[in-house]
Ligand binder design. Sequence first.
Ligand code: C5P
Length: 239
Amino acid sequence: MKGSLLYEGKAKRVYHTDDPEQLILSYKDDATAFNGKKKESFPGKGRLNNLITSKVFQSLHQQHIKTHFIQALNETEQLVYKTDIVPLEVVVRNKAAGSITRRLGITEQTLFQPPILELFYKNDELNDPLINDVHAYHLTGIREQDLLFIKEQALLINEHLSHIFQKAGLELIDFKLEFGFLADGRLVLSDEISPDTCRLWDLETGTKMDKDVFREEIGSLTDTYERILQRLEESVCAK
Ligand code: C5P
């Protein structure tokens, strides 16, 4: 049963449940970009991100990736295991887009082989700065072996996600992951994987089909996310 509100973030509300080790994530219709400076509400977006994330996490479970996800409860909510989130945003990039093009002057679409992994410190006041491993040990208290595990998992998840999206006619350009510790101390994938947290380009046309549609105002966010969900459903059924 849904209990009291534990936390409200930019895209989700988190509620307690009867079980102290489980939480309910409720996906909101709000979209934010540029660290909350651009904000708008899109009716139906919460449903789409809940259903897309649920589908992606289920696919990752089939590939034996351990995550916080238990099950979707309804159109906008999912049941997850409570985790103590490591305040790191782990970004994996297969091609250049977004902040790396501005920060390092790399042309959009440049292929990264091997993929580039970047760590950002999750801190709104500091604008989520890019940090190195030693910064991460210092700022988050994470142990060396746990950071190594996170990096290995992120690169493995990149392989699985690239395949999942490729079957749906999408190229995975980059994405952000978060990890957290379960009550028993195990480190698992947490948060969400959706077009809010991934860059996805149509495999044939290169059309942007993710939150860049909102960031760059180049189309309808909900129409785009609906197409992603449809394609994922069709490609899973076609398997
Ligand atoms: O902005 P940047 O290019 O660094 O983003 C890399 C990837 O991480 C993008 O897919 C973006 O949507 C995602 N991201 C995110 N949450 C953030 C920052 C980036 O989901 N706070």
